[in-house]
Design a protein around this ligand. Structure first.
Ligand code: FAD
Length: 391
């Protein structure tokens, strides 16, 4: 077992950290307050090839595994961005990854080169008002009409759709009660944007002012049969392959945010003097930070283990177990780290200019999306501990 990164992986982390440092916390504060999309940051990660990671080289991609993706995510967040990459890079690459794994040559040639170059973005539309955790309960339906499909329904919380050139829409092509199993009868479609029959309106959010998430309405969106990705009725199985990577990437992002928050708090604790000595001299300040640090570094070990097993094509249940555990512990540890970073800052922890309150808000998302903590615990309960399925 080798715990050292390769030279290429070290270089990747260094590059990610340098980009993070260039777009420092003050940049993200400005973007958050002005509700401005961080264009310069995304241009920079595109120029450095981060959108190409994991896409087939025949379509402009760069060979990379989960290890490289997790290292990139952690480095970009830790470098100075906080939660920005964790939400934007994750949802910004999901559509491309689904196409890369499931699309035919014509679709890949049409969409992937620009997505790998970071000049085109693809949104991902799975969640619906009545189908979040229970995603198979979706009501968006794609009806066959000659050689076309007509898609109707609604999606919610769809991130960055207003900046996307296409969206992967997950829809039923067979009603739930007519399908052989709950996961049958679901299909994936690539829908070009803008489209007059697809409208959206923004949802005001708790954090991430620099990204918009939308309620999306599909009102008889007509697409040709060439828009179907993979096999009709097998769409849910086709997206299953993204679930573990998604969990591992969120966990890596959480570790990056937490390391940034702890480093910021340590600096503050060394500089801020109260009663004639730095506040960091008090164990009441030291120990919570040390405990948070110990937990986040242990969580990072779990993230690396899950990524490494994923790249070794280990048994899917084993990878699923490790990915769910990594996501659970990393997010809980990151929430604790951000909380302690705020406490270390005293009253300034509440001031936007010190940044920790923003990371505290941002990190909360990962308890809820892209999968909730409860669902990671459900997986561990059922598939690792052997307890009865609870739902
Ligand atoms: C900022 C943001 C961006 C997002 N971006 C996208 C996007 O781009 N594309 C997209 O498709 N989706 C997106 N989502 C949606 C996100 O994936 C869902 O919010 C998430 O899957 C949870 O679904 P829900 O909100 O419907 O929660 P619900 O399903 O309503 O769950 C509510 C609560 O009940 C718990 N619960 C439900 N069932 C069980 C059970 N069986 N056992 C234990 N607990 C249970 C859940 O864990 C949760 O705590 C985004 C969400 C947010 C907040």
């Amino acid at each position: 077992m080798n715990f050292r990164l390769t030279e290429e992986q070290d270089l990747l982390v260094e590059t990610a950290l340098n980009i993070g440092a260039k777009f420092d916390p003050d940049y993200w504060l400005k973007m958050d307050q002005a509700s401005s999309y961080p264009v310069e940051f995304f241009d920079s990660i595109a120029a450095h090839g981060f959108f190409s990671l994991g896409i087939d080289s025949a379509y402009g991609g760069t060979p990379a595994g989960m290890m490289e993706l997790a290292l990139s995510m952690e480095g970009l967040c830790r470098g100075g961005a906080g939660g920005g990459p964790a939400l934007g890079y994750l949802f910004g690459t999901l559509g491309a990854n689904i196409l890369n794994a499931n699309a035919n040559d014509a679709q890949k040639s049409q969409y992937l080169p620009d997505m790998a170059a970071g000049t085109s973005m693809c949104a991902f539309g799975l969640s619906e008002p009545d189908a979040g955790t229970n995603s198979l309960n979706m009501s968006t339906f794609a009806k066959k009409d000659g050689s076309d499909y007509i898609i109707s329904g609604s999606k919610w919380y769809i991130t960055n759709i207003e900046r996307s050139d296409a969206i992967v829409v997950v829809a039923r092509t067979q009603k739930l009660d007519e399908s052989a199993s709950r996961s049958d009868g679901v299909s994936l479609f690539i829908v070009d944007l803008p489209n007059d029959s697809l409208t959206y309106s923004p949802i005001e959010k708790h954090a991430y002012g620099y990204y918009k998430s939308h309620m999306v309405f599909l009102d008889d969106v007509r697409v040709p049969k060439e828009a179907l990705i993979g096999t009709e009725g097998q769409g849910f199985r086709q997206i299953l392959g993204t679930l573990n990577p998604e969990r591992i990437l969120v966990a890596a992002g959480a570790v990056g945010i937490a390391r940034l928050a702890i480093a910021t708090a340590v600096k503050y604790a060394n500089e801020r003097a109260v009663f004639d000595q730095p506040i960091g001299a008090h164990q009441a300040i030291q120990h919570p930070l040390a405990a948070a640090y110990a937990k986040i570094e242990s969580a990072w070990g779990s993230v690396m283990l899950a990524a490494s097993l994923h790249d070794q094509d280990a048994n899917p249940v084993e990878v699923g177990a490790k990915a769910n555990m990594a996501k659970y512990v990393a997010v809980e540890a990151a929430i604790e780290a951000c909380y302690q970073a705020m406490q270390t800052h005293g009253g300034n922890g509440f001031a936007k200019e010190y940044h920790v309150e923003r990371w505290w808000r941002e990190v909360q998302l990962f308890r809820l999306a892209p999968v909730t903590q409860q669902m990671t615990l459900n997986f561990i309960s059922e598939h690792v501990l052997g307890l009865p399925r609870s739902y």
